[in-house]
Each structure stands twice: as C-alpha cells, then as structure tokens.
Design a protein around this ligand. Structure first.
Ligand code: UD1
Ligand code: CA
Length: 460
C-alpha cells in the first residue's frame, strides 16, 4: 500500500520476562516475536518499515540482520511508548500518509485485521484509529473509556479508577495515525502517570480535546491481540500458535495422533496422509512428504523428507534429506549434510554425518558413517565405523555401488572400496580395495587343538 508507513515498537525493557534476552527475541512457533510482527507488516506491502530498538538494541538489530528494507531507530532511554514513537519523527519530516503502529510483543495479529483497521480508518476520515477488543479478563491492558458511545481516552491499568478497571474493552496497542497532526501532538504528551512514562495512549484524549476524529475497530475477542509480557503469557500464546498450526495441517489431511504433544513450528510443511505420532518435534524449514509415518519422540530440524518415508521412534534428524520410501530408526542420528537415498535403510543406533547413502543401501545396526559417499545397494554391516578424523582434518570414505562391508569393520579414511568389493568382518581397512576384490585385514585365527583337556590335566 502506498502512503502506508509501518513502525514496530521493540525497545521496551520487558522487565516481567526476567531475561537477558530481549523480550521481542523470545520465540513462539519457532519464530521470534519481532519476526512475527515483521511478517504481518510485510503482508501489507507498506512504503516503509521501521523498527524502534532500545533495550538490548544490538541483540535485536543482529537478529534482524539481512531483513531487506528495515530501518532501525534507536530509543536510547526507554521512557515509554510515546517517547519510542517520537524517536522516528525525523524520518517522517515532510512525509504524508498514514502510520500504522505495531507492537513487537503481539505475535498473533493477522494482516486481515490490519487491513480492516486501515479500511475503517480511511472510511471514517479519522486522524487516529485504535484497535480494541472485548476481554473477559482485561487485567493488565489499557482500557478504552467511552462517552456517548465514542472513545474519549485510554487509561492504563495502574492509573485507572476502580470503576475504570471494570471496563472490559481493552487497547490492543495497535493504531493507525494520519501523519500530518501526529508528531506535533505527540510532543505535547507528558509523563504524569503512575510509571512516570510517556504514554502513547494519552494521544487519544489529547486528540479528542482538539476535536480530531478518533475511531475504533473492536474485535470480538482478545486472542489475536494478546501481548506477551511474561513467561506465562509466552507459553500461553505459544500453545495457541501450536494449536493453530496443528489444526491447519489436519485441515490439509495430516493425521496428528495427539495434537497436545505435537510441536510443529510455523514454517514446517507436511503432506497429506502423513501420520504424526505423539511427542514429535518438527522445526525450522522442515518439509515432510505425503503418506509418511513419523513415530513417537522424533525431532526433525531443517530437513527434507520425501513421500512414504518411515521414521521410527526417537530419531534426531538435522539439516538432512531422506528420499522417498526410505526407513530410518529407531534411535538413528542424522547430523547435518546427510542424504539417505530412495528405499535406503538406516537402522537402530546408526549415526550419519555429511554422508550420502545411495539408493537401496542399508546400514541397519550400530554404525558411524561420517564424511562418506556410499553408492547404491551397498550393505554396511553392524558396527562399521568410518575413521574420518585423524586428529587434524576430516577425510572422506568412498564406498562404490554394490559393495559389502562386513560387520565390525573400520574404514580408515581417506579410503575407497571399489564396486562390488567385499570387506571381511572385523577388518581395519587402511588401503583402497579394488572393485570386486575381497579385503581381509585382521589377524589370522589360530586354533590350539586339545587345549581344554591339557588345562584340566594340569589342574589334577
Ligand atoms: C501497552 C499499552 C496498553 C495496551 C498494551 C497492549 C501504553 C502506555 N500502553 O501496554 O494500553 O493495552 O500495550 O499490549 O502504550 N516499548 C518501547 N519503548 C518503551 C516502552 C515500550 O519500544 O519505552 C515497546 C515494547 O518493546 C513493546 C511495546 O512498546 O513492544 C509495548 O510496551 P509494553 O511495555 O509491553 O506496554 P504494555 O504495558 O503492554
Ligand atoms: Ca505489552
């Protein structure tokens, strides 16, 4: 929208969080609170996007580094919401249009609601429009005071009279302002209240006294505008976000056996007919295909899983890909850079790191495969270890198509096992094995005939 400027307030101390991390950097649904606000703002395609930072400013700017088109304004001292917005005044010198003010601690707000707010503002020709909601528990929020049905001012909880505290209509802390009268009026706000802060909410009373039109858009409930001021509210809002995500996925044909114990972050995608069992965590930019089975206790982070994949109980999978029809687990650990091929199998207590396991290949039990390129139809026996680290650098193991690695073998990298070659069980392979060869690299067995009888005789 042209002539629309968005400002997000994210400078506050967030005292009630008792945290060394800036409040707006706490996460719900895997994304920081300020990122939620930014995402909502971006959907409106505003002309400019400004974030006011202050308390732990370096943390917040660092977290938003690389976000295109975001301007930062510093509020060096946190003297209240009006003071915060006032810091952006130089940016809007001579600029006309509307300013939409968002709070960095209100992550559930939807772009549709903001469009409604902007529309109502435009239709009424108001100087300011306030987003409000009817709350069953208004405690902690500013209250909308009306006279003859019209908003006359906003009073903060701490400054409210007993009668005002009974008001159920609360201030969302989200507003649209015409730029022209805004900053001159803002400069007249005083800090004469219980907290000694400059309250943006005082602008409403000030406008009304100057006969500037103030409108409201009233939401039916407070869910969407819930602000986060404490860890308790953080957990409550996170639960709502989680529930929303689970419902969205179930709506698209994903079975979630127990939504109460399923943790799927905002950006995760899951295909239809996939079944997700209890206690599963899907995080970051994870994509799961259709008709998969993700068993209990699995955690998958930033990974891509094809269709019809089975991930058995208690696997941890990070920055990896698993192709269609593969089976993994139980108790497998896929560390970053692992690629499990089509119909391949990774069994229990197998760890992969930066390893490609080719089509139809198997590593079914107790193995460590690191920095390895493993071809198709390879059988990796139980207890196989790639010795990829010599204390200085990581070395590569290559196992070509169709090779057979006997149980309990160590492959000392860099080393190559040729196509179709065999490695005898218990071998320590330190030299390349040519294609089709059998490598035996262990002490030869010696049998001492009649040993037990001899022992017995000696004892007599
Ligand atoms: C504010 C409103 C209250 C409303 C509620 C909705 C005021 C005075 N009160 O109260 O009416 O019901 O939001 O959630 O506006 N911030 C700064 N600099 C500051 C102070 C705050 O940038 O000096 C930022 C915070 O980081 C936060 C936002 O402004 O993102 C709101 O501040 P907060 O202290 O959470 O205000 P509330 O007490 O929740
Ligand atoms: Ca707040």
């Amino acid at each position: 929208m042209s002539d629309l400027h968005v400002v997000i307030l994210a400078a506050g101390k967030g005292r009630r969080m008792h945290s060394r991390v800036a409040k707006v950097l706490h996460r719900v649904g895997g994304r920081t609170l300020v990122d939620h606000a930014l995402g909502t703002a971006r959907a409106l395609e505003a002309t400019s996007l400004t974030v006011v930072v202050g308390h732990l400013a370096e943390q917040v700017t660092a977290a938003l580094e690389g976000e295109p088109g975001v301007r930062f304004v510093l509020q060096a001292e946190q003297l209240g919401t009006a003071h915060a917005l006032l810091q952006t005044a130089p940016l809007f010198d001579g600029v006309t249009g509307r300013l939409l003010l968002l709070s960095g601690d209100v992550p559930l707000l939807r772009p549709e609601t903001l469009r409604r707010l902007l529309e109502a503002h435009g239709a009424a020709g108001a100087a300011a429009t306030v987003l409000s909601a009817t709350a069953t528990r208004p405690y902690g929020y500013g209250r909308i005071v009306r006279s003859g049905g019209r908003i006359v001012r906003i009073v903060e909880e701490r400054d409210a009279s007993a009668a005002e505290r009974k008001i159920k209509e609360i201030n969302a802390g989200i507003y649209v302002f015409e730029l022209a009268p805004l900053f001159p009026a803002m400069r007249r706000i005083a800090a004469s209240n219980a907290q000694g802060e400059y309250y943006l909410t005082d602008l409403v009373g000030l406008y009304r006294r100057r006969h500037l039109a103030v409108e409201t858009v009233v939401l039916e409930d407070t869910t969407e505008i819930r602000g986060i001021n404490s860890r308790i509210e953080l957990a409550e809002v996170a639960a709502l976000v989680r529930q929303g995500k689970n419902e969205e996925l179930m709506g698209r044909g994903v079975t979630i056996v127990d939504p109460a114990t399923t943790y799927i972050e905002q950006d995760v995608e899951v295909g239809a007919d996939t079944v997700i069992h209890p206690g599963v965590h899907l995080e970051g930019r994870t994509r799961i295909g259709a008709a998969c089975e993700i068993h209990a206790g699995v955690r998958i982070v930033d990974s891509t899983i094809g269709d019809r994949v089975v991930v058995n109980n208690y696997c941890v999978i990070t920055e990896s890909t698993i192709a269609e029809g593969a089976r993994v687990g139980p108790f497998a650990h896929l560390r970053p850079g692992s690629e499990v091929g089509h119909l391949a199998k990774v069994g229990n207590f197998v760890e992969l790191k930066k390893t490609i396991l080719g089509e139809g290949s198997k590593a079914n039990h107790l193995a460590y495969l690191g920095d390895a390129v493993i071809g198709d139809r390879v059988n990796v026996g139980a207890g196989t270890i790639t010795c990829n680290y010599d204390g200085v650098r990581k070395n590569q193991t290559v196992i070509e198509d169709g090779a057979f690695i006997g149980s309990d073998s160590q492959l000392v990298a860099p080393v190559r096992i040729g196509a179709g070659a065999y490695v005898a069980a218990g071998s320590s392979i330190t030299k390349d094995v040519p294609p089709g060869a059998l490598a035996i690299a262990r002490a030869r067995q010696e049998n001492k005939e009649g040993y037990a009888d001899k022992l017995k005789k000696n004892e007599e």
